[in-house]
Design a protein around this ligand. Structure first.
Ligand SMILES: NC(=O)c1ccc[n+]([C@@H]2O[C@H](COP(=O)([O-])OP(=O)(O)OC[C@H]3O[C@@H](n4cnc5c(N)ncnc54)[C@H](O)[C@@H]3O)[C@@H](O)[C@H]2O)c1
Length: 335
């Protein structure tokens, strides 16, 4: 197999590339480097610089590298930005995917794996979110992921592709510091940012119906997520044409924002200023925790890493890019 990994120079994509190449699969990466970094790629993995909406570049890449399967990660992913710029999000995430699927179908590629998100569920009012929980996304980002799933499954059924949609929950951590997420919009980097600026980390609301009153989420280590891609890629080889496998990638365990803040203080060694509670943000669900039953049953996948390892490895990555953030008494390497 040769896999085309779109967005392979991104945070998650680079981990997926390593999981695939580490297991002996051939990989070519297509990435426009809008947020990706070429030095995240292991030596020997070809990088084609360009957009997934460039049909002729896709045709050249698929034919030139003998691509037999696609892992499609390239997308815009900022929820707030998607509210302000919905047309950009639909163009990049939905139109781009349409062009990619057209090229894939025309070239006779038969395996397609799509990065989806727990954002498709919106505000699920259940203890554990199963793949059958109704999808009611709350913002254009989540809508483009749900529309993406529809497109992938419809194209798969019509054109005989085996497809998989992986709905990632909250992705965190890094397999190596240089592969860490460079974004600052998720809760762990937001806490790091506040603490290293000497500011109090903000907890949005502590009056939710959860054990400690703060929001509960399901965090998955990016290395575990990459392993899930490898398992799904292998499974696609066994799926009959036109079949789809849609699975949550989460651990089934919830961690509250308060617990996370405590862990961040412990790992970084920065305990002051203590977190402050500020009003709830509109649209934040109280708890979103995956049922990990289907992924365990279908792919034999189970997470290897816990949230402490996610925070510790994310902190290593943060410090690599910001050496000035080295904290007195930090215990970031205790994994
Ligand atoms: N990070 C998360 O917590 C999370 C959660 C759920 C789903 N996802 C999904 O996972 C995927 C990867 O996310 P990430 O966190 O690695 O983000 P990222 O921004 O680090 O990676 C995206 C990569 O795609 C590239 N890219 C973007 N648009 C492109 C285009 N039109 N053509 C070619 N390349 C393009 C970027 O340069 C980057 O390398 C996305 O589809 C995202 O929606 C991420």
């Amino acid at each position: 197999m040769t896999w085309l990994v779109t967005g392979g120079a991104g945070y998650i994509g680079a981990h997926v590339v390593r999981a695939l190449t580490g297991a002996g699969e051939r990989v070519v990466v297509l990435d426009d480097l809008s947020t990706g970094l070429p030095d995240r790629l292991p030596p020997g993995v070809p990088l084609v610089r360009g957009a997934v909406s460039d049909r002729s570049l896709l045709e050249e890449t698929i034919a030139g590298h003998g691509v037999t399967g696609v892992v499609h990660l390239a997308a815009r992913k900022q929820v707030g930005e998607s509210v302000e710029r919905p047309l950009t999000y639909y163009r990049e995430n939905v139109h781009g995917l349409t062009v990619l699927l057209e090229a894939v179908v025309a070239a006779g590629v038969r395996r397609f794996l799509f990065s989806s998100s727990a954002a498709v569920y919106g505000m699920p009012d259940v203890d554990l979110v199963t793949e059958d929980t109704p999808c009611t996304p709350l913002n254009p980002y989540g809508e483009t992921k749900l529309a993406g799933e529809w497109l992938v499954r419809a194209a798969g059924r019509a054109h005989g592709l085996a497809t998989a949609c992986l709905r990632y929950f909250n992705v965190a951590g890094a397999a190596r510091p240089e592969l860490a997420d460079t974004g600052v919009s998720n809760v762990i980097p937001m806490f790091f940012g506040a603490l290293t600026r000497g500011e109090a980390p903000r907890i949005f609301g502590d009056d939710y119906p959860t054990p400690d009153g703060t929001c509960v989420r399901d965090y998955v280590h990016v290395a575990d997520l990459a392993d899930a891609h490898l398992a799904a890629a292998r499974r696609l080889a066994e799926l009959p044409p036109g079949e789809d496998l849609t699975v949550n990638v989460g651990t089934g365990r919830g961690v509250s924002v308060r617990e996370l803040a405590d862990l961040v203080a412990e790992v970084t060694g920065i305990r002051e200023p203590a977190p402050v509670v500020v009003p709830r943000r509109p649209g934040d669900p109280a708890g979103v925790v995956a049922s990990a039953e289907r992924i365990g049953r279908e792919l034999g996948w189970a997470p290897r890493y816990g949230v402490r390892q996610m925070v510790a490895s994310a902190w290593e990555g943060w410090r690599l890019r910001r050496p000035e953030a080295a904290a007195p008494g930090g215990t970031g390497s205790d994994g």
